[in-house]
Design a protein around this ligand. Sequence first.
Ligand code: FCB
Length: 783
Amino acid sequence: MSTSTFPRDFVWGVSTSAFQVEGATSADGRRPSIWDTFSADRAEACDHYHRYPEDVRLMKDLGMAAYRFSVSWARVLPEGHGKPNAAGLDFYDRLLDELVAAGITPYATLYHWDLPQALEDRGGWPERETALRFADYAAAVHERLGDRVDTWFTLNEPWVAAFLGYGSGVHAPGRKSAADAFRAAHHMLLAHGLGAQALRAAGAAKVGAVLNLSPVMTPAQVSDFGRELSEEDAEAVARIDALANRQFLEPMLRGAYPAESLAVAERNGGVEHIRDGDLELIAQPLDVLGVNYYTPLVVQAQPSEPADPAYPGSTGILFCTIPTAVTAMGWPIVPGGLSLLLRRISREYPDLDLMVTENGADFVDVVTGDGIHDVDRISFIEEHLRALRAAIEEGARVRGYFVWTLLDNLEWSEGYRRKFGLVHVDFATQRRRPKDSALWYRDVIRRGGLAETRPARPTLETVAARAGVSRATVSRVVNGESSVSAQVRESVMRAVNELGYVPNLAARSLVTRRTNAVALVLSVPRQGGDALTAAVVQYVTSLLEGAGKQITLMLADTAESHRRIVAHVEAGLVDGVVLLPPDRADTLAERLSRTGVPVVLLGKPAIASLVPYVDVDNAGGAAAATEHLLARGRTTIGMVCGPMDLVAVQDRLAGHRAALQRAGLGPRLALADGLTRAAGVSATLRLLGDEPALDAVFAATDQLAIGALWAAREAGRRVPEDLAVVGFDDVDAASATTPGLTTVRVPVADQALALARLLLSRLEGRHTTSVVVPARLVVRESA
Ligand code: FCB
């Protein structure tokens, strides 16, 4: 096998679950599940129940070979038992026909956490009866769908369903009892055994189960897994491994509980519910084990630590946060954990076929006019596929990989804010849009693996040829010189992005020696930036210090200080630079990036540049503000712009214009000659003079907007009756004006955190691009 290919019959797919995508919670006789009760107001999900033909077409277009979905028990047996509801089964019948016609192999999961509420009302999983009901349910589903489904998974992630559902209570049904959690876990295992038996008896071709498994390690082992542990840490690791992984693996695959978890169960309500013969029933022969992997469990011994309610018996063990790049869920990104895990399972169970049935990531996606460029998700999946392939090369029997998940969907207790999808869903319209990751995954599937070698690195020449300009011009653009026209700069930057060109020096820094120091460079003063600067200093310092870096604070206020900073970085005294650039064009960022040391910026730079930055979505925020005014019936809207050499002002103007254009309106602008309230007063008076019918003002910043409120008073206009006013930034004073100012909130902490993480990712040599943090409209009385 060549290094980049996967076995020829490797299965490429995508996973979903019923409750997270279907919606239609009361259609065709379906009755509530515990998740309907637990999150009553928001179960419309992706309306997959009605839109499945579109979703199957989408999968077909993406070249998906397999679709792992789950069946809703509450559709099939609305009361949990009795006669199956034919209308509920009809949905899966239609779905399977559609899949088969599209050439997509279905993989069915019978239980993905949505227990019929009727069964919970009779005691739920802590009752043995529920396991018996599951076997009937499995048989009923197989009877109707067995002709088109080859591979059946009984349960998805019983640890989560038992210990978060009945132990910590953060999942449905929300109970908090360690005893119930252990009983639930045992009865889920029993349900698996009985269900597997029933499926087998009915002639199912392949039967498996899906477990959430995580390698367990100490913080020091994250980068060095072989590292020796103290006796206490080794005990902590073994105990959590028993509770999280072996408590499920061993009964299913060996017919016995690990002594450690059994001992904890004994102390928490006892083990009378484990009857003679249960373990033999549970240990049915399996054709495939589904492995869901997201992140490792990182722990260490800490005598004073109380037990975590999700892990009864974890007294004296600390669950650690580690300084690595994380997803938006805050889950550390550790691709190597996947190969560790797969190698271990194959070593311990050499005859068992494995499939990665879930792996994926939540990131903050920014929807732009030309698509959703979710490079972080692409990197995440790519790195995990490399880890998976490495495991196969070392002998792990992995037969397939399913991305979690097809669509942005209802992420359980986290609701809709989590975005795991390859495909973006606009929940107001149910419109689907494939993200870049979907198209990238399509290419992986088409190719049967990752690109052979990384494509030959694009050079200055390649970029010049693509953009149709000279090398010197490319170099001028890349180095941030301002002597290039905006149009040429744009076409060069497009070529740079399309080709993924990285200037040489940046890569070189990855192999140079580490100093463990990071420079935090502050330019002074930023417009309205005090709160932001303070937050950045706080987050960058604490996150990077947590990662073992020392912070050197440097002030960039004069040409001399710029020279000094560049010399410091050139001398190799720091591993990376966080730069709070000035509002107006200067070339410090580019000069620093040419040293080859990773640099990240706060705020989009005035000159198009390759240096990644974190910024707030200025255009999107301004569009939201303008759309709000339009929705309130305002038709004659003016904008008070600040100085146009400020990038944020340019972007806010662009967003304002775009929103007006969509409504068929044109802009009315007044330029303020500064960012003061007085400048806002005179610009607003000018707008009112030019257009007496003016009924709304959008100001580029809150200070200007406060000026607009004053001007309205001066001109005898009532706010909001005659004139609505909206600002931007949500400064403290905005809530104290009369009337309170409607404005756009710029999430300061999110930006600061993103900046620190961006630098960490770059220091780890990850592929990163700029981050745009969403802005949110805060509606108060002024509009
Ligand atoms: C897994 C679940 C799946 C989804 C992902 C993010 O634990 O099986 O439904 O919530 O996590």
